[in-house]
Design a protein around this ligand. Structure first.
Ligand SMILES: [Zn+2]
Length: 486
C-alpha cells in the first residue's frame, strides 16, 4: 500500500523544520518521502489524502500511563500519593481480564482520538490474572491499532518496608498485609514471569514492545533491579521505572541506601540510556546531571503530579543539563484523562512561576519534542519525527478550528491552543486508525458501553475495597504530616 498525503502543513520535528504545502509518502508501514509539493515524488499511489486544510505532526508518544486505571477516572479525592495509592490499589483487586481489556480499550481510544500513536503502559493489574491481565490490555491496544510498549510492573519488597510507616496502629496489620500480597512476589518468580511475558507477547510487527518495569527503586531488591536490567540488556529492550515521585519516597531512599534513589540505581549499573524514569520529582542537581550523562530519560507527568500534590519535576534543569525528557499522562486514577495535549500544554506552563530565569522556561518546541521524538528515543522506536525511514505514525489536524485560527505560529498553537479537538486522521504503522475523528477499527460507542458494563459489575467490590482502604487513611495521613510537617 502506497499513500500520498498532499498539501499539508508538515511539522516534521526534524531540525524544527516546517514545510507549508508539503507532501509525505507512506510505503507500507514506513514514511518514504517528505518534502515540498514542488518536488512531488513519482506515482503511482494506491491512496491519496488531500490534506490542504490539515496540519501533519508526528504521532505523540505517551511515555507513562497505567491502562488498568481508566475505569476509575474521576473517582478519587485528591490526596497525596501514599494515601491515594491505598484507594487505587484497592479498586483493582477484583478486576479480571475482561475488565483490563475494557479499561485499556477506553484509554487507548481516548489517546488515539487525541493524537497519541504510541503508549508506554507500565502495567499493573491483579495477581489473580495471568501476567496480571497484561495480555488483555495488549489485545485491546492491538484491536485499536495503537502502538504500545508494555512494561510489566515488578516489586518484591513488602509494602511496609517501602514507606516510613513507623508507629502504625497494630489493627492496620491485616490491610497492610493485603497491600503487600497484592503487589509483592518472590524475586526469582518475578524475573521468570517477566521473561515468559516478553517471550509470549513481544512482537513489534504487531505493535507490541514488551519490557521489564520494576515498580520503583525502593519497592525492589537489588537482585530484582539488576535481574530486570539484565533481561532488558539481553533482549535489547527498554526498561521503565518510577523514580522519587514523593518526598516520602526520597526519604526512604536515604534511609535504605544512605544515598539518593537515583544514585542507588547508578551504583547497580542500571542507570543506562534504555532506562526511562517516571516522575523524578524529588531529585537533586547531582541526580539531574547523572540522568543527563547516562542518556536516560526522565518522564514528566504534569497533570498527575498536580493532582496528587507530588511536586514539580526539575524539567528545565534536566533540559539545561542536556538531558532527555519525555512526556506522559500517567494513569487515569491520578490524572483522569489520557489526552496528551493536556500534558503538552501543562508542561510548557507550570515551570514558569518557579524559574526566575525565563531563558530556562520550557519552550513550545521543547514541549513538542518531549511529546514526540523524545518518547520514541526512550523506547528505541523509529518514530516521533516525520522523516523518511521512520515508522508511519502521524496525525492530521484540521486547520479550520478555533485553535489554529488565525494561524500565527503552528508550534505555539499546537502547544498552547490545541486540546485534541482538531484531530481528524491518525495513522499508525501506515494504517489509518482514526478518520474524521472516529476509530476505523472499532465502534466508539461500543467501547464506552463495554467500559460502563465493567465498572458496573465491579461496583460492589470497589465500594467494599474503598471502605477497607479508608481504614488506612489516618495512619497514612500521620506519616505524610510527619514527613512534610503541618
Ligand atoms: Zn505511574
Amino acid at each position: 500500500m502506497r499513500t500520498l498525503i498532499r498539501g499539508a502543513l508538515l511539522v516534521t520535528r526534524d531540525q524544527y523544520t516546517i514545510i507549508d504545502n508539503g507532501v509525505l509518502v507512506i510505503d507500507g508501514t514506513h514514511i518514504s518521502h517528505v518534502g515540498p509539493t514542488e518536488r512531488m515524488p513519482a506515482g503511482p499511489f494506491d491512496r491519496t489524502i488531500d490534506a490542504r486544510r490539515m496540519i501533519a505532526i508526528p504521532g505523540m508518544i505517551n511515555a507513562h500511563c497505567h491502562s488498568a486505571a481508566n475505569l476509575v477516572r474521576g473517582l478519587f479525592a485528591s490526596r497525596p500519593l501514599e494515601i491515594w495509592r491505598a484507594y487505587y490499589r484497592a479498586s483493582l483487586r477484583d478486576m479480571r481480564d475482561e475488565d483490563f481489556y475494557a479499561s485499556a480499550l477506553l484509554g487507548g481510544l481516548e489517546m488515539l482520538k487525541s493524537g497519541t500513536t504510541t503508549v508506554m503502559d507500565h502495567f499493573f493489574g491483579s495477581q489473580r490474572c495471568r501476567f496480571m491481565g497484561a495480555g488483555a490490555a495488549i489485545q485491546a491496544m492491538r484491536d485499536l491499532g495503537l502502538r504500545h510498549v508494555i512494561a510489566l510492573t515488578l516489586a518484591d519488597k513488602k509494602y511496609e518496608e517501602t514507606i516510613p510507616l513507623e508507629g502504625t496502629a497494630p489493627d492496620l496489620a491485616p490491610e497492610i498485609q493485603r497491600m503487600s500480597q497484592s503487589e509483592t512476589r518472590e524475586t526469582r518468580a518475578w524475573l521468570d514471569e517477566c521473561e515468559a511475558f516478553i517471550d509470549e507477547f513481544h512482537a513489534p510487527g504487531k505493535l507490541t514492545t514488551c519490557c521489564p518495569g520494576p515498580s520503583a527503586v525502593q519497592r525492589c531488591t537489588d537482585e530484582l533491579l539488576t535481574g530486570a536490567a539484565e533481561i532488558a540488556r539481553k533482549k535489547n529492550l527498554p526498561m521503565h521505572i518510577h523514580l522519587a515521585e514523593t518526598k516520602a519516597q526520597q526519604m526512604m531512599g536515604e534511609r535504605l541506601y544512605g544515598t539518593s534513589l537515583l544514585s542507588h540505581l547508578e551504583s547497580l549499573a542500571v542507570l543506562e540510556s534504555n532506562l526511562s524514569l517516571a516522575h523524578g520529582i524529588w531529585i537533586d542537581q547531582e541526580d539531574v546531571e547523572k540522568i543527563a550523562a547516562a542518556g536516560a530519560t526522565l518522564v514528566h507527568n504534569p497533570a498527575s503530579n498536580l493532582r496528587l500534590g507530588s511536586g514539580l519535576a526539575p524539567v528545565p534543569q534536566v533540559l539545561s543539563a542536556g538531558g532527555h525528557v519525555a512526556l506522559g499522562t500517567d494513569g487515569a486514577a491520578s490524572n483522569d484523562g489520557q489526552n496528551m495535549f493536556d500534558a503538552l500544554r501543562l508542561s510548557a506552563l507550570i515551570h514558569n512561576p518557579v524559574r526566575t530565569d525565563f531563558r530556562q522556561w520550557v519552550t513550545p518546541s521543547q514541549a513538542l519534542a518531549m511529546a514526540t521524538g523524545e518518547g520514541a528515543r526512550a523506547f528505541g522506536l523509529p518514530c516521533g519525527v516525520l522523516v523518511p525511514g521512520q515508522l508511519a505514525d502521524l496525525v492530521l489536524l484540521r486547520r479550520d478550528t478555533a485553535a489554529f485560527t488565525p494561524l500565527n505560529d503552528v508550534v505555539n498553537q499546537l502547544v498552547y491552543c490545541e486540546n485534541g479537538a482538531s484531530v481528524d486522521t491518525v495513522i499508525v504503522n501506515g494504517e489509518i486508525v482514526v478518520e474524521g475523528g472516529r476509530s476505523t477499527r472499532i465502534n466508539d460507542e461500543e467501547v464506552l458501553e463495554l467500559a460502563r458494563r465493567s465498572r458496573e459489575r465491579l461496583n460492589p467490590s470497589i465500594e467494599r475495597e474503598m471502605a477497607a482502604a479508608q481504614s488506612m487513611e489516618p495512619a497514612l495521613a500521620d506519616m505524610y504530616f510527619r514527613v512534610f510537617g503541618r
